[in-house]
Design a protein around this ligand. Structure first.
Ligand code: SF4
Ligand code: SF4
Length: 92
């Protein structure tokens, strides 16, 4: 088994590769503003600074990254990164 195939091996791994797999642009909550700002990977990077304000549903559970790095939460663009949500606080 390759270490990069495991959640532990990928967490903190290659963010650029994870960005390429992020399906946020297909989500109803994602906005043209977020697209223009090239915002992606909210699960790691934290919430959108200004582009996303309304929760219209989250498709993160169907994203390959969610399985890969073992995400337990949702709606990262509004609620903060996985790490922040696990810590029980908002990521500003
Ligand atoms: S889990 Fe959500 S925020 Fe993270 S990469 Fe996938 S679609 Fe983007
Ligand atoms: S984090 Fe979830 S709710 Fe936000 S844009 Fe990505 S898929 Fe949609």
């Amino acid at each position: 088994m390759n270490a990069s195939d495991t959640p532990a091996g990928t967490m903190g791994g290659n963010p650029e590769q994870l960005r390429q797999e992020c399906i946020c642009p297909e989500c109803p909550t994602y906005t043209p503003c977020a697209r223009d700002a090239q915002e992606l990977l909210y699960c790691v990077a934290g919430r959108s600074p200004r582009c996303i304000t309304e929760d219209l549903g989250c498709i993160c559970p169907t994203c390959p990254v969610a399985d890969r790095i073992g995400l337990e939460h949702l709606t990262f663009c509004l609620l903060g990164s996985e790490a922040a949500q696990r810590a029980g606080r908002d990521a500003r």
